[in-house]
Design a protein around this ligand. Structure first.
Ligand SMILES: Cc1cc2nc3c(=O)[nH]c(=O)nc-3n(C[C@H](O)[C@H](O)[C@H](O)COP(=O)(O)O)c2cc1C
Length: 199
């Protein structure tokens, strides 16, 4: 990652559960890569459920705040649990809201998906569902490398520290790829900086 400047990335956190493993994943990324990534965590539990009556300016402040934050960022990292083989309602609701915002914050946005779960599969199904949803928003989800953190309770300490070297290596590899992938897909940083400057 040495040739790149510091990126502004938004991480969506879904605080349905105290001591969430997915929150631990985001905290791990935030602290380990802070010299390269300014990862801003946004708590989506404050986002109200979508209804058309609310789809008028001024929007709820949390919704406007998130749309602006994502609109000014280089990319999005989604670390999500899997609920009943699918996407937790709060996360889906947040994406639905963002898809309706006038500044179209998700359009062509680079997205990195990662998931942690107690099950062995580590959230494979939630990631595949998310890919389909982000197709609808015309976002740019990085397809590989995929990272599914199964048996998350064995990979993180009670203090929230990732203790599993294989998992640490997989996350390193994924973040490195996220940089290179953004660059190779002509979503290069100069272009992104220009876009951000014009918003
Ligand atoms: C409503 C609900 C549904 C769940 N469904 C799944 C599932 O389909 N697959 C899975 O691997 N884990 C499932 N789990 C267990 C989660 O993997 C576990 O709660 C995990 O800790 C969630 O991530 P978090 O720690 O970031 O909240 C479910 C948990 C809840 C509360």
């Amino acid at each position: 990652m040495d040739n790149f400047q510091r990126l502004q990335i938004v991480g969506l956190t879904n605080s349905c559960r105290t001591n969430s493993y997915n929150h631990m994943v985001l905290n791990h990324i935030k602290s380990k890569y802070e010299d390269r990534i300014d990862l801003q965590l946004f708590d989506i539990s404050k986002i109200p459920f979508y209804e058309d009556r609310a789809e008028v300016s001024p929007f709820f402040v949390e919704i406007s705040e998130l749309a602006q934050l994502i609109g000014q960022s280089h990319g999005l990292v989604v670390a999500s649990p899997e609920y009943n083989h699918s996407v937790p309602a709060r996360l889906k609701n947040t994406i639905d809201w963002m898809s309706r915002m006038p500044n179209k914050p998700l359009l062509k946005l680079p997205v990195m998906l990662i998931s942690a779960s107690l099950g062995q599969l580590g959230g494979v199904r939630v990631q595949y569902e998310l890919r389909r949803i982000f197709e609808a928003t015309d976002s740019r989800v990085m397809i590989k490398p995929e990272v599914f953190i199964g048996k998350a309770h064995e990979k993180f300490s009670n203090a929230g520290v990732c203790t599993d070297n294989e998992t640490i290596g997989m996350i390193d590899n994924q973040l490195q790829s996220f940089y290179e992938w953004m660059k190779n897909h002509s979503l290069n940083l100069n272009c992104l900086e220009e876009n951000i400057a014009h918003q």
